[in-house]
Design a protein around this ligand. Sequence first.
Ligand code: NAD
Ligand code: 89V
Length: 346
Amino acid sequence: MTDSLKGLLIGCGFFSRNHLHGWAEVDGAEIAAVCDLDVSKAQAIAQDFSIPAWHGDASVMNAGDFDFVDICTTMDTHETLVAQAAAAEIPVIIQKPLGPDFATCRRIDQISREAGIPVMVHENFRFQKLFLRLRDILDSGEIGETSFGRLSWRNDIDVYTSQPYLLKTERFMIMDVGIHMLDLARFLMGDADAVTCLNQSVKEGLAGEDASTFLLRHKNGSVTAIDISYASHRTPSLFPQTLGVIEGRGGTVQILENEVLRVHSGGNIRDEKIEDDGRDWTSSPWTQIQDSVPRTQQHFIDSLCHGRAFQTSAEDSLQTYALAEAAYRSAESGRLVSFDDLETAP
Ligand code: NAD
Ligand code: 89V
């Protein structure tokens, strides 16, 4: 372990346990210390995961002890923490959403570029095995050039108990789940530059939307329809599955329940069941999400060690966050909003 990169995890709340389980499986990295404004949370998680040090102030990153920081705090804190890491010249992996609006995301990217400090967004959905396999099928040319996609995430998982800040988040569903779908749409179908979107607040008492329906216009002429909801009641629950379809000019892949890809090509049909990696710390219903965490982290470490660009660098992710911004503008105005309508393009 002496050659491992040493990381500081900042933010020891709900999702951080998945990060720490994940880091324990990553080759070439280890978490050397954790930090939370509530130092008792940092201490408790450090003890649970046998992390040697804990802190209550992120300025510990100035001590020169760390090769990277893993930021697992909510979006309102991200710009300040990235600026601190950039000043300390430490590469960053940071949870989605990168920032609460597109202007903040742009500033974070600018901080990263001006300091020459790489920043990767922890966007784990594209690192789910199902989507990596789907990307391989598309790359093989089996269904031809893509023309239409549909991505659907609908469930009633109780995020309000595990992530109570979501009750008060004004930009809620698009920033929480929509951002995963927009990234997946780009990953599978290519970059997009215009959106129409309708938002709904179905559950009473929320500050923001809990359901959104979008249409994306991709630069290559294809279209993706996305529908997301935390107010969709089914038994059994579909959480955390993304369902849908990708149509190509010569075939189709359906994304079916229980992680099955159904491939239609050349007049034939076959099902591929995608199994997770069977990690001993994952548990239903979170397995598919948890399983993607160490794969996301490994991409960060491998890219860092080989000087390669991250798939979801802050710069690349501006394309995703511009779509989210355009979606909110569309929902407010009732119109299609393109990147030309934003004050600055990504
Ligand atoms: P949380 O509120 O449970 O935990 C955040 C912690 O960060 C808190 O303990 C808080 O005290 C601490 N914190 C805030 N500012 C800090 C600072 N300046 N220095 C040190 N500590 C600080 O949040 P969470 O539910 O764990 O979510 C964290 C992030 O993870 C969010 O952005 C959320 O969207 C994201 N998330 C991602 C996934 C995914 O699948 N990718 C799943 C769940 C949550
Ligand atoms: O932040 C998130 O990604 C979560 C989810 C439930 C999708 O994991 O809200």
